[in-house]
Design a protein around this ligand. Structure first.
Ligand code: M6R
Length: 606
């Protein structure tokens, strides 16, 4: 999960590149570098292990009139974290400089062949093979050669390459891994993430798989690998400044949690007419024309937990049997693709490699694919037959919070729309729509609980193990909270359906292992009180997430309150308060919350 940032143009500054790399810092990485070249072939290279700030300290401001810049943050896959393995990798004749994201799966064979031809390798990376291959296959010019070597590389990759003998062009190529071109007044950019271009470019163009871009002094050209010139529409960035209001919050994660009520509204407000109670989305009107008898949901991480929650809605409200798969497992399992199944792919980034690969397999077998994606024009949005954006604005930092709420909102809309088609009781439908109209307010009230949540989370921060218990709709929410806690506190937690404890995991429990039971007013409320008694009989600590005015409030060690809401809508509220709980616990433990160790925001390697 390395990331690429490059620029070709008239403004002679290193700051642009360093700032571009800083904008990619929301992902975990372990080294960074920049390479610069002037029109008269002077080059400058700086590498640093660890942070971009280390690189910035090393870089010398120089007056050499550099014209093309490429930079990179590396997330080590092949070879350890050291400057040798740091990009750019270069050919033996030191003419071709390459930056690469993702993995060349056949690199061992390629490397063996090149070694037989006496090429020496200085790094342990797969990426160095690309630079040597360009040298070995060079013919006519860089563009012709890159087209040629794409036939040899077993994907996937995003590349940016500079030829020292022709420093006025920078070439990018993409198969599987994201790469976008930015168009600005002062030149052209290339980046792994359109969001890094948002404040510096007027427009952007996402490259498709098997496409190349040639950035030159005054123009850019895009080609397919089979040499056809491509005409592309220029896309505009949404009018949203991600840095706005950050100063009010200690971390971006907290800022993003506090955006939850607005994100929820943004996902549903313009898709529901609350007067007529109609769901007005054209995409969903199109979707209900299909005869859908089964749903399969494919996603990873938080998006998987959103899918699991939605499976309860699809079965309960839409009356459609639903299975949910983690992308990594779906890819290699036997698949039964048919025309009566809807295949839903959920992804905040729209670029998660495991999910994207599954989508390509289902597309190749003509399955009806539907994307739920946050990042506009991302690969999953482009490759699904139908899609809805969650419109959660940019989610910058690793732990997904507001995007989860956006995903739930869109999934609920789909289940209601399909529900009406499948004979859902209209009174029930109307009642849920009426409650949805009030949900933003309930979310706001949940956030108002933050002071109480902070106090409780600090009290529990010393426990390195926890159980999260619930059943039915809220079971996946317990899973989501456990994931959040692992990511940002590095503490261990287990998720179980409350009654499942007695089938084994109960043996783990002692006084150092508190439980969080989620028990708002629902049809399972009384049953969960029995679980509480079982736990308290063994002297364990119990925190409850409860609906306000709970008559048994005094029974619990600590309580977190949510507003009274319809049972099917409680996942939104419980997820919000538990996000706050994880956040405050991590903050109390002094964790690097926005950049948790070893993790990347968008997982673009398999
Ligand atoms: O971009 P995606 O939604 O496809 O990402 C999937 C997971 O990598 C992601 O949800 C991950 O689990 C988050 N860091 C969770 O906070």
């Amino acid at each position: 999960m390395c990331w690429i940032f490059g620029y070709i143009g008239w403004e002679n500054t290193q700051n642009k590149l360093i700032n571009g790399l800083k904008n990619l810092e929301y992902r975990w990485y372990d080294s960074a570098w920049i390479f610069e070249i002037s029109k008269d072939k002077n080059t400058y290279l700086a590498k640093a292990v660890w942070k971009v700030s280390n690189l910035a300290n090393k870089v010398q401001e120089n007056q050499n009139n550099y014209f093309a810049w490429i930079g990179h943050t590396r997330w080590a896959t092949h070879g350890g974290v050291n400057e040798n393995n740091c990009h750019p990798h270069f050919s033996s004749n030191e003419r071709f400089f390459v930056v690469h994201n993702w993995i060349i799966e056949n690199y061992i064979d390629l490397k063996n062949n090149l070694e037989k031809k006496w090429y020496n390798f200085y790094s342990e990376t797969d990426s160095e093979v690309i630079a040597k291959l360009i040298e070995d296959n060079f013919e006519k010019d860089l563009l012709t050669t890159i087209k040629k070597i794409t036939e040899l590389l077993q994907w996937a990759y995003a590349l940016a390459v500079i030829d020292k003998e022709n420093p006025k062009t920078l070439i990018g190529a993409k198969v599987g891994s994201p790469l976008v071109v930015g168009i600005a007044k002062d030149g052209f950019y290339i980046s792994s993430d359109p969001n890094t271009l948002r404040t510096i470019c007027e427009n952007f163009i996402p490259l498709q798989d098997n496409e190349l871009v040639v950035l030159a002094e005054n123009n850019y050209e895009i080609y397919s690998f089979d040499d056809k010139k491509q005409e592309k529409k220029l896309l505009e960035f949404e009018n949203y400044d991600t840095n706005k209001w950050k100063w009010e919050y200690k971390h971006y994660m907290l800022k993003e949690i506090f955006e939850i009520p607005s994100v929820f509204e943004n996902a549903i407000a313009w898709r529901i007419n609350f007067q007529t109670k109609e769901i007005t989305s054209n995409t969903l009107s199109e979707l209900v024309k299909y005869d859908i008898k089964k749903i399969e949901i494919i996603a990873s991480g938080t998006s998987y937990n959103a899918g699991l929650t939605a499976s309860y809605w699809f079965e309960d409200l839409s009356n459609i049997p639903t299975s949910v798969y983690v992308s990594t497992e779906y890819k290699y399992k036997k698949k039964f693709i048919d025309d009566k199944t809807l295949y839903i792919f959920i992804s905040q980034s729209g670029e998660t490699a495991d999910t994207l690969e599954c989508l390509k397999i289902v597309n190749a077998r003509w399955g009806l694919t539907f994307g739920i994606v946050n990042v506009v024009a991302s690969s999953i949005a482009q490759l699904t037959k139908m899609w809805l954006y969650t419109h959660s604005w940019q989610e910058v930092w690793v732990a997904s919070t507001k995007a989860f709420i956006g995903q739930l909102a869109v999934l609920l809309l789909i289940s209601l729309k399909l529900g009406l088609k499948n004979g859902m009781d209209y009174g029930r439908y109307e009642n849920i729509i009426n409650h949805l109209a009030k949900l933003k307010q309930s979310l706001q009230e949940s956030l108002n609980e933050s002071v109480n949540i902070k106090i409780i989370s600090e009290k529990y921060a010393k426990y390195e193990n926890m159980f999260f218990l619930w059943r039915n709709y809220l079971f996946p929410i317990a899973g989501e909270w456990s994931l959040k806690l692992k990511e940002i506190t590095y503490h261990h937690s287990e998720v179980y359906s409350a009654w499942e404890l007695k089938h084994g995991p109960l043996s783990l429990i002692d006084k150092k292992f508190p439980s969080i039971l989620i028990n708002p007013q629902t049809f399972l409320y009384e049953k969960n009180i029995s679980t509480l008694k079982e736990i308290q009989a063994r002297n364990w600590k119990v925190i409850w997430v409860l609906t306000k005015w709970d008559k048994n409030e005094n029974l619990y060690d600590d309580s977190i309150f949510i507003s009274n809401q319809k049972w099917v809508l409680t996942p939104f509220l419980v997820a919000t308060v538990l996000d706050l709980f994880a956040y405050y616990m991590a903050d109390f433990l002094w964790r690097e919350i926005d950049k948790p160790r070893n993790l990347a925001k968008s997982v673009t390697v398999e």
